[in-house]
Design a protein around this ligand. Structure first.
Ligand SMILES: [Zn+2]
Length: 233
C-alpha cells in the first residue's frame, strides 16, 4: 500500500527536529519496525525498514546525482531497491587475531546513541573473547584485536554500510560510493513536505480550503488550481 500525502506529512512531522540517529529510528518505525525493539536491531536490519518506507512513499527507483571523485563530472544514475539490499545480516560472527578469538554482534542504534568512544562501542559488540582456552574480559582485549572488528562488522552487516560500485563514463575512474538510506529518504521527505505545505498554504489563502480539503484534491488538479490562484493575484 502506498502512503497517502497526509500520512507522509505525519511521518515528516514525527521525525522533524530529531537528531539523525533518532530520526532514522522514527522512520524505521513508520516503515513497520516495532517501536520497543527498533533500537536493538542491527543498523542494517533497521535500514531495511527505511527502505520499505521509502518504497511505500516514493517507489522502488532511486535517482542519484554523484560527482566523480577523480574528474568531478556529475553522474546521474538510477538505483533500484535491489541494488540497495545486499545480503542478510549475520546475528553473530567470529574474528581471529593474534591468537585471540572474538565472537561479536552487529552494531545497533542503541549502541550508537549510548556510546561515545570507539573503543567502548567495539567492546560492547564483543559477545565472548578467548585467548587459547582462556576466556578474556572485553576490557582487556588489546587495541590491535578490537581494531580488527570494524572490517568484520562491515562484512557481517553489509546493509549498515551500503556501497555502490560506480565507474565514470568520462575518465573511467572506478570507485565505491556510500549510500545512506536515512539521509536519502529524509532529503526526499523534507522536499515533499515543503511542497505539500506550500500547496496547502497557497490554496487555503486563495480559496479558504482546509488542509484536509487541499490534500483531497489530486496533485494534477491542485497544480491547475495553483496556476489559477496565481493569475487571480
Ligand atoms: Zn571521472
Amino acid at each position: 500500500m502506498m502512503f497517502t500525502e497526509a500520512s507522509l506529512l505525519d511521518v515528516w512531522e514525527a521525525a522533524h527536529g530529531l537528531g539523525a540517529l533518532r530520526r532514522a529510528l522514527a522512520l524505521a518505525v513508520a516503515g513497520g519496525a516495532e517501536p520497543a525493539e527498533v533500537g536493538d536491531l542491527a543498523v542494517g536490519r533497521r535500514d531495511e525498514f527505511l527502505l520499505a518506507l521509502r518504497e511505500r512513499c516514493f517507489g522502488t527507483a532511486f535517482p542519484c546525482l554523484v560527482s566523480c571523485p577523480s574528474c568531478g563530472e556529475e553522474l546521474e544514475l538510477e538505483l533500484s531497491s535491489r541494488d540497495l539490499r545486499p545480503s542478510q545480516v549475520d546475528a553473530c560472527a567470529v574474528v581471529a587475531v593474534d591468537g585471540y578469538e572474538v565472537e561479536f554482534r552487529a552494531v545497533t542504534s542503541r549502541d550508537l546513541l549510548e556510546v561515545h568512544s570507539r573503543r567502548t562501542l567495539l567492546e560492547r559488540c564483543v559477545v565472548t573473547a578467548r585467548l587459547g582456552d582462556q576466556e578474556v574480559e572485553r576490557s582487556e582485549l588489546p587495541d590491535a584485536v578490537l581494531g580488527a572488528l570494524p572490517d568484520a562488522l562491515a562484512a557481517g552487516d553489509p546493509q549498515a554500510d551500503v556501497r555502490i560500485d560506480l565507474d565514470c563514463a568520462v575518465c573511467g575512474h572506478r570507485w565505491a560510493s556510500p549510500f545512506d538510506i536515512a539521509v536519502y529518504l529524509w532529503t526526499e521527505l523534507e522536499a515533499c513536505a515543503r511542497r505539500l505545505l506550500y500547496d496547502v498554504h497557497a490554496l487555503a489563502l486563495a480559496y479558504g480550503w482546509s488542509e484536509a480539503e487541499v490534500l483531497a484534491v489530486s496533485p494534477g488538479r491542485r497544480r491547475r488550481y495553483l496556476e489559477l490562484a496565481g493569475t487571480m493575484a
